[in-house]
Design a protein around this ligand. Structure first.
Ligand SMILES: Cc1cc2nc3c(=O)[nH]c(=O)nc-3n(C[C@H](O)[C@H](O)[C@H](O)COP(=O)(O)OP(=O)(O)OC[C@H]3O[C@@H](n4cnc5c(N)ncnc54)[C@H](O)[C@@H]3O)c2cc1C
Length: 394
């Protein structure tokens, strides 16, 4: 049975009650103060405290839900994972600190890693003893990821890595980075790339924070100057890095996106309240935009639920491109609507800096860029689903 607003099976309903009960019992005391904290534009907020909360969740078995039990996960079904994310967002629990390890690298190692790599890294992802960052984008390789020029070669039993990554989220907090590097000299495009696991704590790795529109620094430039990692820390075959990198992207677009939409719903509800409080709700144009936002969010939810099974298969298909286009535009529009409702007040800050609406407005400018820009998603749909001629490539 599909999940969503249809009748839930008894086991799913019991699972929902268990999650809801656990969150109510545990999001108390010091943890209660963390409600709603963190997330894009606010990753720096209460990071250490949110790590403690994540560890608490982990100890109780509420992290790595979709991982198989033999790898330390909960072996939860897709519908249980959806339910967990929905309840988590509904409880306004803090934003998770370990997204990269738990949702991206963990599933990648389970699917493609050796048993030594799994034994070495999965337990520390689960306990949050090691945080990860994603070393894909470079100054000349963003949308065109296959243009990666960071290079790596084997010497004296180690990979030697040289090059620059950019926009590397949370690299300043991570102990490890999964890096796409060119390991066949002279190779071009998708060929000759490898997926390496590189420790960040070494003198040959330099992390330089980049300041965002929000004034905070959540992403970074990362420079590898003959940095080292062990020869065995390549995921998949040497030269097969493109396939592994695409596998990671497939996991990135999985179940967690539904929890994100419950968060969007909470933002919309709060904006409706703000419009009522400020009187903006009497403006027909504002009413129209709020109503449209409500309807479009229902459409996104229906699309994601309908296509979840193909997305969780681990290969990004055109369904996830449709979803990305819809939610990125929706969220960016919500930020703009928030500013319209705030009116002139929205243009000034007090000594505490940006408020939640200003931060939403500024950070959502990034939504149509990261995880594949709008233009790239449209290209994917045009070529793979509509069968339009491939765009000219150099
Ligand atoms: C908040 C945020 C967090 C990020 N975190 C990470 C991270 O942790 N790790 C990581 O590796 N990367 C990360 N990124 C990088 C992100 O993946 C890239 O920004 C994205 O892939 C776009 O690449 P680019 O910035 O180089 O832009 P470009 O690729 O240079 O694109 C510039 C513009 O040209 C358009 N364009 C490019 N090619 C085409 C084409 N063929 N057809 C039509 N239009 C085109 C794009 O749509 C865009 O509008 C992050 C980005 C952001 C904003």
């Amino acid at each position: 049975m599909s999940v969503g607003q249809q009748q839930e099976s008894r086991t799913d309903a019991e699972f929902r009650a268990e999650v809801r009960g656990w969150l109510a019992d545990n999001l108390v005391g010091d943890f209660a103060a963390l409600r709603g904290l963190g997330g894009p534009g606010s990753e720096h907020v209460a990071f250490a405290e949110r790590m403690e909360w994540d560890k608490h969740l982990s100890a109780a078995g509420w992290t790595c839900l979709g991982w198989p039990t033999e790898h330390g996960g909960r072996g939860a079904t897709t519908s249980q994972q959806v339910i967990f994310h929905e309840e988590y967002a509904r409880a306004n629990a803090p934003h998770r600190a370990n997204h990269m390890g738990e949702e991206l690298l963990g599933p990648t190692l389970i699917a493609f890693g050796t048993s030594e790599q799994q034994d070495r890294f999965l337990p520390k992802i689960k306990t949050l003893d090691e945080l990860w960052c994603q070393g894909y984008s470079e100054p000349g390789a963003g949308s065109d990821l296959a243009a990666v020029s960071t290079s790596a070669h084997l010497e004296d039993g180690q990979w030697h890595i040289t090059g620059q990554k950019v926009w590397t989220s949370l690299a300043h907090l991570a102990q490890w980075c999964f890096v796409v590097a060119r390991t066949e000299p002279g190779s071009k495009g998708h060929k000759g790339l490898s997926y390496l696991l590189v420790p960040m704590d070494q003198p040959r790795v330099e992390v330089r924070p980049i300041q965002q529109l929000t004034g905070t620094s959540e992403f970074n430039e990362v420079f590898f100057d003959d940095a080292r990692t062990e020869a065995s820390l390549v995921v998949g075959e040497v030269g097969d890095g493109w396939r592994i990198a695409m596998g990671t992207l497939g996991f990135e677009r999985g179940v967690a996106t539904l929890g994100q939409q419950v968060g969007f719903r909470r933002e919309l509800d709060a904006l409706v309240e703000l419009a009522k409080r400020t009187g903006a709700a009497s403006d027909p144009l504002v009413r129209d935009r709020l109503t449209r936002a409500y309807v479009n969010l229902e459409v996104i939810r229906a699309h994601v639920l309908r296509t979840l099974d193909s997305v969780t298969a681990g290969v990004p298909g055109t369904e996830s491109s449709v979803a990305k286009l819809l939610w990125a535009r929706w969220h960016r529009d919500l930020g703009e609507l928030a500013m319209q409702i705030r009116g002139a007040d929205g243009l000034v800050t007090d000594h505490d800096g940006l408020d939640e609406w200003q931060r939403l407005f500024l950070f959502t400018r990034a939504d149509t860029i990261y995880g594949g820009s709008d233009e790239i998603q449209r290209n994917i749909i045009a070529e793979r689903t509509l069968g339009l001629p491939r765009e000219a490539r150099p």
